[in-house]
Design a protein around this ligand. Structure first.
Ligand code: CU
Length: 353
């Protein structure tokens, strides 16, 4: 997420608790923590008669049964937000050349840590997944210098930006491929405003899935003219390649929580860089959809489960009124939970009282 990362200690300290388990217990209504053992056993027994996306494990045959399964689930939640090396989507600094904002990107291979101990050989922009965030204002002159240190050729498409045709980044259609060791310079005026992205458009099924993607945010010239205002914002990039099911290049419990104080409004910019459907579901309160593919909606609308398809961006506003730790996850359940606990496209919205 584009917010500064929270360390686990800082995150829990902010909440005034020593563990996420304590926080969750504090947020939970008293009745729900008083389930009887009998109730728990019944729930697990009924679950054991079904199979699931994650291998159809038969829980009845597991030694220890419900307690073992619960322990695995609890362990995952207590690790959240788990520390991993590397954080993608951080702001990319630019240099000014006259009135041109100059951004430099190097395509290179990195062993990216998706969750504690799980490293995946990745193709990256500047060594992170997602690549760094490019953020400019509508009308800015942009120069994007792309150096290719990968063993494959590539090309960079700024998806959603209205570039001149020869800056569109499609090898053999609008430019030669950027071969290993070569550099290509893109120049264009940033328009229109909105949530966009940049990614590979060469061998893209492999390269984008492996990490050649990043957020490209174009702010409006005059923000005060916008119908909507917010206190803070996050960008969440969905992907489903060799890293597994990820939010901003990380899998639960290594995903970053979203945080807000009661009464704040947050903007979440969803960016879909994967190949599958990921209906993102927020517990406890609605999301108001205010823009689609960067274009402001004339008629905004509310929902709690957001349809977003590959290539799309959707901006949602959340009014954070109800304190607690609210689950925020993909509702294709096989992308979010297995018999061993939650994984993949899961995070939480933490609202401080
Ligand atoms: Cu999903």
């Amino acid at each position: 997420m584009s917010e500064n990362p929270l360390s686990r200690r800082g995150f829990l300290g902010m909440l005034g608790v020593s563990s996420l388990g304590a926080l969750l217990a504090a947020c939970r209504p008293a009745t729900s923590s008083q389930n009887t053992g009998q109730f728990t056993a019944q729930k697990v027994e009924s679950a054991s008669t079904t199979t699931n996306d994650s291998g159809g494990m038969d829980h009845q045959n597991q030694s220890g049964g419900a307690d073992d399964m619960d322990a695995m689930h609890e362990r995952g939640l207590k690790m959240f937000p788990a520390k991993t090396e590397g954080l993608g989507g951080q702001p990319l600094a630019f240099k000014l050349d006259g009135d041109v904002k100059v951004f430099e990107i190097t395509c290179k291979e990195v062993n990216w840590e998706v969750e504690p101990g799980k490293r995946v050989k990745s193709m990256t922009y500047n060594g992170t997944v997602p690549g760094p965030e490019i953020r400019v204002t509508e009308g800015d002159k942009v120069r994007l210098i792309v150096k290719n240190d990968l063993p494959q050729s590539t090309g960079v498409h700024c998806h959603g930006i209205h570039t001149p045709n020869n800056m569109d980044g499609v090898p053999y259609l609008t430019q030669p491929p950027i071969k290993p060791g070569q550099t290509f310079i893109y120049e264009f005026v940033a328009k229109p405003s909105g949530t966009h992205m940049y990614h590979s458009h060469h061998n893209a099924a492999e390269q984008v899935a492996a990490g050649l993607l990043g957020p490209f945010i174009v702010e409006p010239k005059d923000k005060t003219k916008s119908k909507w205002q917010w206190d803070k914002e996050y960008t969440i990039i969905l992907n489903d390649g060799p890293h597994g099911f990820t939010l901003n290049g990380k899998s639960f419990p290594a995903t970053s929580p979203l945080t807000a104080k009661k009464g704040q409004k947050i903007l979440v910019r969803f960016v879909h860089e994967g190949s599958q459907m990921h209906p993102m579901h927020l517990h406890g309160m609605p999301m108001r959809v205010i823009a689609h593919d960067g274009y402001p909606l004339q008629y905004d609308f509310q929902l709690d489960t957001l349809d977003i398809s590959p290539g799309q961006r959707k901006d949602v506003l959340i009014e954070c009124e109800e304190p607690g730790a609210w689950a925020f996850h993909c509702h294709v359940l096989g992308h979010a939970e297995s018999p061993k606990g939650m994984f993949g496209m899961v995070t939480a919205l933490i609202i401080e009282a």
